[in-house]
Design a protein around this ligand. Structure first.
Ligand SMILES: [Zn+2]
Length: 260
């Protein structure tokens, strides 16, 4: 079985495309989609998609790009959405590239979501853009014991990778990072213990920095299949073995805390 560890199904503009993607995925043994919201406005759609398909795991959260747009009470609303068992928190994090979004505000929103994740024992997904040391500082101080979390579309240094792994992180590689095939990225993939690796399409954001409005089902499956093949090749193991490992990692990640 394949898991897509980070995807934004709600951002596929055409409902028909989304439906056909989910239906085609059955034949291709895609058993889980971790569907990340980015702001309160898309939480209802993420919830509806997840209600309609039990392979879709809803993640609700405020992405740093929207940190300055949320209204008072967003956090209570988030907890209401999280009342569904199995729902996680994402996509959350910090972004120093988007310097127009006040960094103190980003930090406040991120911090609040880490607190909720710890209290409700929910897994969370991190977006980290040139803010690795800020995020590590917060996690070292405030991460709940045995908390499960993942860093999505990892592209930091090997040293930072070590620090995230020490905190118990799962590390996810996206198509847009892996497909560049740089030696640095491949080395990172080799360094990750097999029991911490996740893989994702980040669809429909498969091109760096932009939404693909013409996103189609063929693109999606090409991404997903190629990313597994590339990771197996880089790790030097059989594809089936890699698929089993990533599937198991996804299950562990989604369990929220080690205690459960
Ligand atoms: Zn994303």
């Amino acid at each position: 079985m394949l898991i897509d560890s980070h995807v934004h199904l709600q951002d596929i503009q055409s409902e028909k495309v989304r439906a056909s993607l989910l239906s085609r995925a059955r034949g291709l043994m895609v058993g889980k989609f971790v569907c990340n919201a980015t702001r309160p406005e898309d939480w209802p759609l993420v919830r509806d998609i997840a209600r309609g398909d039990d392979r879709v795991v809803p993640f609700y959260g405020v992405h740093p790009w929207f940190a300055d747009k949320v209204a008072t009470g967003w956090d209570a609303e988030l907890e209401r959405f999280l009342s569904v068992p199995g729902a996680g928190i994402g996509e959350i994090g910090l972004d120093r590239i988007k310097s127009e979004i006040n960094f103190a505000r980003q930090t406040e929103i991120f911090h609040r979501q880490i607190e909720i994740a710890g209290r409700l024992a929910r897994p969370f997904a991190i977006h980290c853009a040139r803010a690795g040391s800020d995020i590590l500082g917060i996690l070292k101080r405030d991460l709940a014991p045995r908390q499960r979390f993942m860093v999505h579309s990892y592209q930091g240094s090997p040293e930072m990778l070590r620090s995230f792994l020490d905190l118990g992180a799962f590390i996810s590689f996206s198509w847009k990072i892996l497909s560049r095939g740089t030696e640095e990225t491949m080395d990172l993939v080799r360094q990750i213990p097999l029991d911490r690796l996740l893989l994702e399409t980040d669809f429909p954001y498969t091109q760096p920095g932009k939404l693909s409005p013409e996103a189609n089902v063929e693109d999606y499956f090409e991404c997903l299949v190629r990313i597994y093949a590339l990771a197996a090749q880089t790790k030097g193991i059989a594809e089936e073995k890699l698929q089993d490992a990533v599937w198991k990692n996804g299950t562990v990640f989604l369990s929220g805390t080690a205690a459960r």
